[in-house]
Every structure is written in structure tokens, then in C-alpha cells.
Design a protein around this ligand. Structure first.
Ligand code: SF4
Length: 899
């Protein structure tokens, strides 16, 4: 750690998506003053950062940071907390056995955290109930890789995207979800002229860049790729030598492959569109097929992955520069988790429960007294087991399952029923935190040390550049402390992350001899100093190889199956588990938005990131909206077979008819009842256990609020969660220097008020401000006849809160009063004066350029290109994340954006 007076340049890695961008952090005052920029020396991003990465410095001061262990809400020392946790664990083990114990982790964990977690649970406690939110992200890719390759191996490198002549993006809005890689791809297209095909039901910022966009039906990718195998064979494009020497099962897979007419029926595409795509694939030797959550989050995700792998195996387009199937992970360390065995059906270091040899090898290496013998509970099953009373001890780390898993009611029941729930997290205001008996403060990005692996198998260091806040500790430390208290001191006597990494490398190398793909034998002797200075490198790093050798797999076969051959998997059209019906006629698709990350704990608290999509919306096709009588901004209820959620309508021509889209980010800590997990059924892929998050039949209905309003607060509101403020739908966000909470009073039948009269706003402000409300001088204007309640709260002469219920100025118009914030402003608030016109939604997060300003520049004729918009307004000139949207504005310059 740097001392508190020095100015230090530290190289680390972005904590968000699986691109794994290198970040340079300039920190002073012991990390109190920080700025970030892209690391030009990092091979993944070569100096670029997207809007989220560029805003990392602004996300360091998290509201409601957890700084001390809490037991049932009461602060306790670490020793006390760990002693109690260990005692409870011993009791559960003695009474119910290891199968009553479970751990639920996250792709946010560093590899070193993950390694200790996996070792403690599977080797010493004896439970394989170790799963993570990566189950929601890429478990189908793991299963698909393993059934086809024998191992979970990504064959290629990011450079292949740039070396390809054709890149196919499947189920991936890469422009928003993997922005820096997408920028690399666009740059390569500009210089080399490669073709880009995008398969996605929606029109997105990614499809806007496509040479060919195929808007296929949700969940039908498997039909398209299965049919492609037949097209390859019919065109005589099978690489017979590769198939004969390195694979098995081609004939069976070909026999199952559908014809063009069947593919057309399954996908909803025309035979002409499909044939054009097939022809392009057949004619282009250097093809990279990039797939992501649109493939994985499906009840047939594993087979969809294998359908993609099949066409690359059939053509031998794998593991050569510019060719191969390529999975991109959502999370920063989903790959690291896969490497240590951080899933319930994996052992460790790409070894398997099913192999007696692997189990024996891991047992001997760890000197493990209680090695688990079989796979454990996957995420959805784990929480169902807890809801059924079968789990007695559940330790959750760096994730918020109540916000992210499907069937949130079951997750809530699980957390309520399990007698010991421990949550290790860096913030205290997650929904899951409410149910935890123990809250353990975790060191977070910038405070912790370790490694992450990105989607191209590149291991990069995350380095600390500031001290952990309060009593926060690395997760590996807390886990190792419990291991030591259980009596396994020698096995968990780690003094730093480097020691854990060396052991992890040692296990990968142990009796490997080239038989396992995951091999870090070159790192076994790494000193602490070398670990500290470790540059980004791709695995395998085999003993004797120079650091930095970049390996591609499978160009000449060498699969990690018993006979060294890949397996073709017979696949054909497969429908999602649930289907639309007259009661649920629309398909809900879910995913990320450009400037948010997961459950918004970090990005949601960053004003410039929140401005891009400030409300929990549901995107609805123009015609569908018209048929339902919906207009932009209406409050909408989504209803599925298992539950309901509330969103704000966004009407768009980008959404296909019959489909609606809602982001996965919003949850009970940021809005009431808006989490999509409340409506998504726990349908899973039978092989991978990954939930079908992209295909939920729903209906929509308009909710007519009794009244609407909002509060502006100088400080972050008190912790609110789903179920607070009953009868209201609310959502919150930071805006400028303030925080906003918007309210809609639900209709009476939805628990809302009996009349349209605005309520006593003082109660609302008291809920939002907590004890701080008592120190304020309230000024209020109440007008029951007009359904108005306006309040301005002053603290030592400064405006600290305003509440507007009923008709009045918009919050954007009111916000500037908070800049001066004196009595005159309070009076202006009460009078409903407008301080500034609304700026409209923000498009450029870096320079805060609004949609209204961009439209005005285009309409004036001054901005006729992305470059000219940049020259005029600076939009798009920093991270480039908004460039696809700027192109969209230019293309739709004459078209109305909404109905
Ligand atoms: Fe972070 Fe953006 Fe890079 Fe992803 S693309 S790692 S979010 S900077």
C-alpha cells in the first residue's frame, strides 16, 4: 500500500465486465484523491475505457458503506463475529451434516477469494454446495464447452476478433455490455473491412453497426446454428480431415440438423435472410462467433453453445488466428471462478467430481480431511433447498441473490427460513442484507489485492491503492479465519493474496503433465514481489514457457476428452420451456443497459452513469403500446405466471412486436417492485442449471396512479427496500449533487390510497431522511383541493430536502435550487417556480450531453456526422460508449423517436 503522503500511479483492472480492461489509477492522500484512465499497456483495452470504467473514480465513496461486522444489526468485533459464525457452523455440521451448509459467491470475487472459499467448503467442511451468480451468467457455456471439448476451454484470443473476416455476434449487445471490445471490433472493421453479423430479436446499438442484422425469435439461435451445420455439409464446406481426425459424432449431429424451412419456422426469419447468412459463413474461412447471455440464459443454453461449437468443429475453424467460437463472460472474474472450481458441479483447477483420480489428486494436494465426493446444489436449487428448510447455514459473498435470481419470492423465503445467513459485502443497503444474521464488511475495488481472468483467459492483477474503509477485510481473510477456527490452521495460514495464488497455481500444475488445459505451472514459484509486479498474461503459463506466451487451443485437435477428440452434439430446434398464451401474450427479455452494472451498488450511486437511463423502464413496441393504450412514461404492471413487477413504459420502435425488454439492474434497493426476478420463473437448462432469463411470457397493464411526486434530498436517502412505503411505487437515484426519490401512488386495488388527495408529505420525508429530519426547519404548503403537498426543509439555513406531491415543476427544473440552497430557494420551491428547463436524458455520460442537445444540433444542420457532434458538443469523444447511439440519432434524424 502507498503511504498517505505520496502520489502513486497504480495499475489495476476494471471491476465490471468480462472484457477485463486495464486501469491506471493516480491516487494521492492515501487514496482519498483518485483519477483513472485506461492502461495503454494492457492488451485487453490498449488504453480505452467505456463509460463505466471512466467513472470508476466517482464510485469510490459508496453510500451506506459497510465498515464493521454486524450481528443481528448490532456492531461486533471481527473476532466475535467469526467465533460465533464458526460455532454455528460446527453445530450445523454436528447436527445436520455438511449438506446443510452452502456458500453462494460471485464473479465479483477475486480468484484468491474464490480459491479459499472453494477449498474451505469442498475440502474441509465437505460440502460441494458452492455456487455463484456466475450460474446466471455463463454456466451454459461451461456445460457446452465441457460436453463438446471435454473441458471448459475458450479456444481463442481477443485478437481473433480483429483478425477475422466475419464476426458473428449472437445474443450479445456488445456495444453496451462489452463496449471496449466492441470498439476494438469497429476499429478493425474500419481498417480491414471485416463483416459483422448480429443475431438479436431487438434493434440495439450493436445491431445498428451490423452489415447483416437477423432479428430472430427469442430462444431460436439453436435452430439457426443447427441448420447451419446442414448448410455447411450441403455446400461441401466440411473440413473432412479435421472432422475425421479430431472429432466424433458428426453424422449424428448432421442427421439432427434441420432444413431451411424448419429453421425459418423456428426463427421467424425468411429463408432468404437465413440463406444469406449461411452463404456468408460458408464463404468466409476466418469466422469468429461471439456468444453471450442471449445464448447462455436459456433452458437449452448448453445445447445452443454446442450448436455453435459444432459449426466451428465441422469447418475446422477453431484455434487459428481469426477463427473460432468465442464466449464472452458478463462478469470481471467469472473465468477465475471457473478456474478454481467455483461452481457446485466443478471440483477445482478444471478437475471433476466424476473422476476418482481427480478427487484423489485434489484431496492429496489440499491434505483435505473431508473432500466432497459429488456435485452440490446449483444456484436455483440451493435457494429452493433453503426455502424448504434443508439448508441451515448459508454464507453469501459479494452478491445480492434476492435481486438477481429468478423467482425472488422463493429466494426471500429461503433467506427468511435459513437459521444462519451470513453476507459478506461492501455495502449495507442491499435487499439481501436485510435478511442476514451476520453482515461482514468486505474490502472492495481499490482496497483489495488479487487476480481476475477475463474472457480471453487473461489473468490480470487487481491492486489496492487505498486502505480498506473501517474494519473491511478481504473475503479470503474472513474465510481463512473460519478455516483456522475449525482447526485447519496449516491449510489456511495465508498471509497475503500472493501465497494463495501460488497454491492455486500449484494445484493446476499438480500431476498435470499436459493432461489438463488449465496449467499455471510457470507461476508456482512466483515470489511476492513478482506477484505484485505480475503483468497481464493468458493461461496456460506452463513451466519452462516465457511469461506472455499466448496460446490458442484445438487448431490441431488435442481436446481434453479421454480419446482426445471433440464431440459433436446433436441439436435441433428447441423451444423455451414456457410459451406465450392468451393470458401472457408478450415475451419479456432482460439484459443490461449501457451505464449500469448488475444491481447498481456502485454505478447506481454515480450521477453521470445514472443519467443515461434514470428510471426502471420496460421497452415496448410502438404498435403493442398503442394496442394496450400505453403512452411514454405510463406506469405499467408486468404479470407472469409467478408474479408481478412494476415499470415505467418506454415506447420504442427498436423493440420487436410481441417482445418487451426490461433491464436486470433495478431491484428493491433502488425501486419498489421493479425487479424482474419477481416475474421470472425458475426454469433452468437441465445440464447447466442456468435460468431462462430471456424468455418469460407476460402480460402488461396500465396502472393509473392516484398522484405522483418526488423528493430531492441533499444526502442519500435512508435505506429503503422493496416493501417499504407500502401503496407507493418509488425509485431513487443520484442527480447532480442531490438524490431524487420519485413516487407514484398505486391504485387502491394495488394497496394504494383511497383518494387522489396527496398524503402528509412530512411522513414521507421522515422515512427518507431518518433522524436528520428532526434537525430541520420544515416549510410546507398544503393544498388538498389540488392534491398538492409541497415541503422544503432547511438545516442551518440551507435547503436540504424538498418534496413535491401532485402537479408542479419537474425535478430537473427544481434541481438547480440545491446549488445555492438558502431560504429564498426554499420559498421558490414552495411556490413551484422553475429554475431551469429539463435537459432530457443523458446520452454522453463522460461530458453529460443530453439527447435534447444532440437532437438540436442535428436539427440545426450543424451536426451531420458523429465527428461533427463530437466537435460541437464533445459527445462521443472520450470513451466512445455513446457513439452507436449518436449514429442512431443521425439515422433517425427525421423520424420521431417515440409514438
Ligand atoms: Fe470496465 Fe468498460 Fe472495460 Fe468492461 S469494457 S472492463 S466495464 S472499462
Amino acid at each position: 500500500m502507498p503511504d498517505s503522503l505520496s502520489v502513486v500511479l497504480q495499475r489495476t483492472t476494471c471491476p465490471y465486465c468480462g472484457v477485463g480492461c486495464g486501469v491506471e489509477v493516480l491516487s494521492a492522500d492515501g487514496g482519498a484523491t483518485v483519477s483513472v484512465r485506461g492502461d495503454a499497456a494492457h492488451p485487453a483495452n490498449k488504453g480505452r475505457l467505456c463509460s463505466k470504467g471512466s467513472a470508476l473514480a466517482e464510485s469510490l465513496s459508496l453510500p451506506h458503506r459497510l465498515t464493521q461486522p454486524l450481528r443481528n444489526g448490532v456492531p461486533v468485533s471481527w473476532d466475535r463475529a467469526l467465533d460465533d459464525i464458526t460455532a454455528r457452523l460446527r453445530k450445523v455440521l454436528a447436527t445436520h451434516g455438511p449438506e446443510a451448509v452452502a456458500f453462494y459467491g460471485s464473479g465479483q470475487l477475486l480468484t484468491e477469494d474464490y480459491y479459499v472459499l472453494n477449498k474451505l467448503a469442498k475440502g474441509f467442511i465437505g460440502t460441494s454446495n458452492v455456487d455463484t451468480n456466475s450460474r446466471l451468467c455463463m454456466a451454459s457455456t461451461v456445460a457446452g464447452h465441457k460436453q463438446s471439448f471435454g473441458t471448459d476451454t475458450v479456444p481463442g484470443l481477443y485478437a481473433d476478433w480483429e483478425l477475422a473476416d466475419l464476426v458473428i455476434l449472437v445474443g450479445s449487445n456488445a456495444a453496451w455490455c462489452h463496449p471496449v471490445l466492441f470498439q476494438r471490433l469497429l476499429a478493425a472493421r474500419k481498417s480491414r473491412g471485416l463483416k459483422l453479423v448480429v443475431l438479436d430479436p431487438r434493434q440495439t446499438s450493436t445491431t445498428l453497426e451490423a452489415d447483416l442484422h437477423l432479428p430472430l425469435r427469442g430462444g431460436s439461435d439453436i435452430a439457426l446454428f443447427s441448420g447451419l451445420l446442414r448448410a455447411i455439409a450441403e455446400a461441401g464446406a466440411v473440413k473432412a480431415e479435421y472432422v475425421a481426425n479430431h472429432t466424433r459424432g458428426f453424422d449424428e449431429a448432421l442427421a439432427a440438423a434441420p432444413d431451411l424451412a424448419t429453421v425459418a419456422t423456428a426463427t421467424g426469419l425468411s429463408p432468404v435472410q437465413i440463406a444469406a447468412f449461411y452463404k456468408l459463413f460458408v464463404a468466409t474461412p476466418n469466422v469468429v462467433t461471439v456468444f453471450s447471455q442471449g445464448i447462455n440464459q436459456s433452458s437449452h443454453g448448453s445445447d445452443s453453445v454446442s450448436a455453435i461449437l459444432n459449426v466451428h468443429l465441422a469447418t475446422g475453424r477453431i484455434g487459428t488466428p481469426g477463427a473460432g467460437p468465442f464466449s464472452i463472460t458478463g462478469q470481471p472474474n467469472a473465468m477465475g471462478g471457473r478456474e478454481v472450481g467455483g461452481l457446485a458441479n466443478q471440483l477445482a483447477a478444471h478437475m471433476e467430481f466424476a473422476s476418482d483420480t481427480d478427487r484423489d489428486r485434489v484431496r492429496r494436494f489440499w491434505r483435505a480431511p473431508n473432500l466432497a465426493q459429488k456435485p452440490g446444489l446449483k444456484a436455483v436449487d440451493m435457494f429452493q433447498a433453503a426455502a424448504d428448510g434443508k439448508l441451515k447455514f448459508l454464507w453469501i459473498l459479494a452478491t445480492n441473490p434476492l435481486a438477481s435470481l429468478p423467482d425472488a419470492d422463493v429466494v426471500q423465503a429461503a433467506l427468511e427460513r435459513c437459521p444462519t445467513v451470513i453476507l459478506s459485502d461492501c455495502v449495507a443497503d442491499t435487499e439481501t442484507a436485510r435478511y442476514a444474521h451476520f453482515l461482514l464488511p468486505a474490502a472492495t475495488w481499490g482496497e483489495k489485492d488479487g487476480t481476475v481472468t477475463n474472457s480471453e483467459r487473461r489473468i490480470s492483477r487487481q491492486r489496492a491503492f487505498r486502505s480498506p474503509q473501517g474494519a473491511a477485510k478481504p473475503d479470503w481473510w474472513a474465510l481463512a479465519q473460519v478455516g483456522q477456527r475449525l482447526g485447519y490452521g496449516n491449510a489456511f495460514a495465508y498471509t497475503n493474496a500472493a501465497a494463495i495464488f501460488r497454491e492455486h497455481a500449484g494445484l493446476s500444475a499438480f500431476e498435470n503433465g499436459g493432461r489438463r488445459d488449465f496449467d499455471l505451472s510457470g507461476a508456482v514459484e512466483l515470489s511476492d514481489v513478482s506477484y505484485d509486479a505480475l503483468p497481464p498474461f493468458c493461461w496456460p503459463w506452463r513451466a519452462g514457457d516465457a511469461l506472455g506466451v499466448e496460446t490458442r487451443f484445438f487448431a490441431n485437435g488435442g481436446f481434453f476428452t479421454p480419446d482426445g477428440r471433440a464431440r459433436f452434439i446433436a441439436t435441433g430446434p428447441t423451444a423455451p420451456l414456457s410459451q406465450t398464451s392468451p393470458n401472457f401474450p408478450l415475451v419479456l427479455n432482460t439484459g443490461r443497459v449501457r451505464d449500469q452494472w448488475h444491481t447498481m451498488g456502485r454505478t447506481g450511486a454515480t450521477p453521470r452513469l445514472m443519467n443515461h437511463q434514470p428510471r426502471p423502464t420496460v421497452s415496448i413496441n410502438l404498435q403493442d403500446a398503442a394496442a394496450l393504450g400505453l403512452t411514454e412514461g405510463d406506469l405499467v404492471r408486468l404479470t407472469s405466471a409467478i408474479g408481478t413487477a412494476i415499470r415505467v413504459a418506454e415506447i420504442t420502435q427498436d423493440q420487436p412486436r410481441g417482445d418487451v425488454f426490461a433491464s436486470m439492474h433495478w431491484n428493491g434497493a433502488w425501486c419498489s417492485g421493479g425487479a424482474v426476478g419477481r416475474v421470472i420463473a425458475p426454469n433452468v437448462d437441465p445440464l447447466s442449471g442456468q435460468p431462462e432469463l430471456k424468455f418469460t411470457p407476460v402480460s402488461l397493464s396500465r396502472l393509473l396512479p392516484r398522484w405522483q411526486g418526488y423528493a430531492l434530498l441533499r444526502d442519500a436517502p435512508e435505506i429503503l427496500a422493496h416493501g417499504d412505503l407500502p401503496g407507493l411505487f418509488w425509485c431513487k437515484r443520484p442527480l447532480g449533487d442531490a438524490w431524487v426519490v420519485e413516487f407514484w401512488a398505486l391504485p387502491e386495488q394495488d394497496g394504494g390510497p383511497e383518494s387522489h388527495a396527496a398524503p402528509d408529505g412530512a411522513l414521507l420525508l421522515a422515512a427518507l431522511m431518518g433522524k436528520a429530519a428532526a434537525d430541520c426547519v420544515p416549510l410546507t404548503v398544503v393544498d388538498p383541493a389540488r392534491g398538492r403537498w409541497r415541503g422544503a426543509y432547511l438545516q442551518r439555513g440551507k435547503l436540504v430536502a424538498a418534496l413535491m406531491l401532485g402537479p408542479g415543476p419537474t425535478l430537473e427544473q427544481l434541481l438547480p435550487f440545491f446549488a445555492e440552497s438558502d431560504l429564498a430557494d426554499a420559498q421558490a420551491v414552495l411556490a413551484g417556480r422553475i429554475a431551469a428547463p429539463s435537459a432530457g436524458p443523458m446520452v454522453c455520460a463522460c461530458f453529460q450531453v443530453s439527447a435534447d442537445r444532440i437532437r438540436a444540433a442535428i436539427t440545426s444542420g450543424e451536426a451531420t456526422s458523429v465527428e461533427k457532434i463530437g466537435a460541437l458538443l464533445k459527445a462521443g469523444t472520450n470513451c466512445g460508449s455513446c457513439i452507436p447511439e449518436l449514429k442512431g440519432f443521425l439515422r433517425h434524424a427525421d423520424a420521431p423517436l417515440v409514438a
